[in-house]
Structures are given as C-alpha cells and as structure tokens.
Design a protein around this ligand. Structure first.
Ligand SMILES: NC(=O)c1ccc[n+]([C@@H]2O[C@H](COP(=O)([O-])OP(=O)(O)OC[C@H]3O[C@@H](n4cnc5c(N)ncnc54)[C@H](O)[C@@H]3O)[C@@H](O)[C@H]2O)c1
Length: 299
C-alpha cells in the first residue's frame, strides 16, 4: 500500500510535539497546528532538541536531522495546515467538543479519503467519530510519552471504523518505526486498564502494610523487569489522573476497579505525585528523596 506523504498534527502540547517529530523524522511533510503560537514555537524548539540530541548521540545522521527540521511547518491556522493532508492526528486537549470541532474543520480541507486519527486517552472513538462526515475513516492512534522513546501505538477501532482505515493506520504506524496493536474500543484500552489495575493493587498492598513502597517498587523492577515500579509510575503519571481513570473504569467495568482509599486520601491531601513535589515518594529539585516512600499500613 502506498502511504501519502502529508500529515497534519493538531495540538502542539506534550504529545503533539512527539508525534510531529516522529512523522517529520520518518520523511512526511508535517504540519503542526495549535491555537497558541507560543506552544507552537516551544514545540518546534523541542523537536529541534530531540533531533540535535539524536545527532550528538550518534543515533541520527546530521543531514537527516536538517531534512526533518525542513519538513516541519507550524501554523495557528488549521485550514492552512490540514490542506491536502492524507492523515490528521488530532491530539488537542482531552475534551470531546474540542476534538470534534477540530475534526469537522479539518475535514473540509483534508485530501479525499484521509484517515482521521485521534490520540485520545480515554474518550470514545465511536463518539468522537459522530462529528465526521465519514465515521469509517475515524480511528484511535494512541501514542505514549515520550513518543520518541516509546515504541507502542495502540490502534483503536470504533464501531464504524473500516478495515481499510485500520490497514492504512497500521501502515502509518509501521512507517514511523512503531509497533502497533489493535484494540476494539473498550474502557482503558489495553494499557491504561492494566496500568490502573497494577497501581491500584500496589496501593492496596501499601495500605495493608504488606511491604514498604520501596520494596513494592523494587519487587516489580527486579522481579518483573518493569523499568519503573507501580508506585513510582503512579507518582510520574499523577495520582489525580490515575484516580480519574480508576473512577471511570469502576463505573464502566465494575467492582474490581474500585479506587483504593489510600489514593483518594493522597489526592485529597494534594500528594498528586512528582508534579506536586510529593506522592507516594517525596521529591526535591525534581529528584526523588531516598527512602521517602510511605511506610506500610498508613491508612
Ligand atoms: N500526556 C500523556 O501522557 C498522553 C498520552 C497519550 C495520549 N494523550 C492524549 O493526547 C492529547 C493531548 O495531550 P497532551 O498531554 O499533549 O496535552 P497538552 O495540554 O500538553 O496539549 C494540548 C494542546 O492542544 C492545544 N489545543 C487546544 N484546543 C485546540 C484547538 N481547538 N486547535 C488546536 N490546538 C488546540 C492546546 O493549545 C495545547 O497546546 C489528549 O487527548 C490526551 O488525553 C496524552
């Protein structure tokens, strides 16, 4: 299958930056659009840094880095960026109405039969697709942060997504060096659901006094070869975000996802994780304070 060469990425935040880098580095003419001009400049600078770091580390050819920078354009005008693109990856804020408005506006100028992909973490692809004039072209393309290091793309098939759209999206994913898996739309997909379950269970163990936080995390790092333990990961993700996901999964998938009371207590106390300076662990100048983990039986 021939893959068309122009891609538009809508949303120049954390994820849009990584996604635009991936497409530009893989040879696509990549338009990055955002309402916020500062976000666009920041994003373009970050993409430059990722490429320059790649050259410094000997992972990216210097000429290839220059070419990738040249393939990236930025714009605050969605119609300008999306014109003629064969793929839209929408990665704007996680709000249904905002995502739907971007899709409707972009579709007026995309190439005929363009694939419309959403990087939503939790919203329904089927529901997002109701804004499209052709829901069979709408699909989830769920990337992971940081995009330039994480190999996985979870491709999410909504109720109306066609086989052809799935095949084209897998081609796009392959062409930027990612490994894709296919998920039929379901709450928490495959990744957020597992990660929420693991983090919740680890918090129950901590609350019950089974082991200290350090020992629970060490067990997962050394026993399962996970790069981060479930409590460290929760601190990185943010327990407020984790709690919102657990509440949604509890509502949709039932009792096994009931949020651990210790998470509710930590969030109420403002211990959201790394971003607030304390979660299960404490952080000073962005670094984890050794032996600062909550001890067992803290409820
Ligand atoms: N952060 C993660 O780890 C992660 C991982 C996977 C998926 N996601 C999903 O990716 C999406 C973006 O997340 P993020 O963390 O990059 O958010 P972010 O807040 O960093 O960036 C969102 C960007 O969208 C822009 N935006 C908002 N409305 C817009 C519009 N109408 N047109 C153009 N741009 C608009 C904002 O100005 C902002 O720059 C969300 O749907 C999120 O759930 C996030």
């Amino acid at each position: 299958m021939t893959v068309e060469r122009k891609v538009v990425v809508a949303g120049a935040g954390l994820m849009g930056t990584g996604i635009a880098h991936a497409f530009a580095a893989a040879g696509y003419s990549t338009a990055l659009v955002d309402l916020n001009a500062e976000a666009l400049s920041r994003s373009q600078a970050s993409i430059g840094t990722i490429l320059d770091d790649g050259v410094r580390l000997g992972k990216v050819d210097a000429d290839a880095a220059v070419a990738a920078k040249g393939r990236l354009s930025i714009s605050t005008d969605l119609a300008e960026g999306a014109r003629g693109a064969a793929l839209l990856v929408e990665t704007v804020s996680e709000q249904l109405a905002v995502k739907q408005a971007v899709i409707t506006a972009a579709e007026a100028v995309l190439a005929p039969n363009a694939v419309v992909a959403t990087n939503t973490s939790a919203l329904s692809v089927t529901e997002i697709a109701t804004a499209s004039k052709d829901p069979s072209r709408v699909i989830g393309m769920h990337f992971f942060n940081p995009v330039h290091k994480m190999k996985l793309v979870e491709i999410v098939r909504g109720l109306a997504t066609s086989d052809e759209t799935v095949a084209q999206t897998r081609d796009y994913s392959d062409s930027i060096g990612k490994t894709s898996i296919l998920v039929n739309e379901a709450p928490g997909l495959t990744t957020s659901r597992m990660s929420a379950m693991l983090g919740n269970e680890a918090m129950y163990m901590l609350m019950e006094g089974t082991a200290t936080a350090e020992d629970i995390d060490t067990a997962h790092r050394l026993g399962f070869n996970h790069p981060l333990g479930p409590l460290e990961l929760g601190d990185a993700t943010g327990w407020d975000t984790r709690l919102a996901v657990l509440r949604y999964l509890h509502q949709t998938l039932g009792e096994k996802f009931r949020p651990c009371p210790l998470i509710i207590k930590m969030v109420a106390a403002g211990r959201h994780g790394r971003k607030t300076g304390a979660g299960v662990y404490e952080y000073r100048d962005g670094q984890k304070v050794p032996n600062s983990g909550l001890k067992g039986g803290v409820l």
